[in-house]
Design a protein around this ligand. Structure first.
Ligand code: RB5
Length: 171
């Protein structure tokens, strides 16, 4: 697979380890940096990594910062990205199998290297199950408007909210 990877300065060594790990497994790694340990900003690398996925230059992305929070939020700002912040195997599996996540995000200061490698393996190996339920959920996620104007103008969830308020909601 072609894997786009990125990190901030806090976890450069871990990102380098991940790059080697993937290369040894036969994947093509697109390393978007950062390459140094000098202070930088994770939105740059979350964006760069995610863009490669959306543009079709990479099949999947992996982003890492200290907690994984900042860089996952940044990656998710790129339209078409479903980045999942993962700290365990089950979440890695679910993210891909049910929500077809295309970016795996992890906290390099939170997880041990063994957990990071296992989460990567599971994320890459798990096949997305394109069931009607999964497709419908992804479609709903993808339809969430981005701008305040669009939020105010969009009432696509009103029916469900109304049912929920009445205690009638069933999916
Ligand atoms: C360091 O900038 C730290 O805030 C970052 O690596 C990350 O933990 C943010 O979510």
């Amino acid at each position: 697979m072609r894997i786009s990877i990125g990190c901030d300065h806090i976890v450069t060594e871990i990102k380098n380890h991940v790059a080697d790990y993937l290369t040894k497994k036969g994947h093509k790694v697109i390393d978007n940096g950062t390459y140094e340990k000098e202070r930088t900003h994770y939105p740059i690398f979350g964006r760069k990594t995610a863009e490669k996925v959306v543009l079709g230059e990479a099949d999947l992305g992996i982003v890492i910062c200290g907690t994984g929070v900042g860089i996952s939020i940044s990656a998710n700002k790129v339209k078409g990205i479903r980045a999942a912040l993962v700290g365990d195997i089950e979440t890695a599996r679910y993210a891909k199998q049910n929500l077809n996540a295309n970016v795996l995000a992890m906290g390099g200061r939170i997880l041990g290297i063994g957990m990071i490698e296992d989460a990567i393996d599971v994320f890459l190996e798990t096949i997305y199950e394109a069931t009607p339920e999964n497709k419908a959920l992804i479609s709903k996620i993808d339809s969430i408007p981005m701008s305040e104007e669009a939020i105010n103008a969009n009432h696509m969830f009103d029916e469900f909210i109304e049912k929920w308020d009445k205690g009638l909601y069933q999916d």
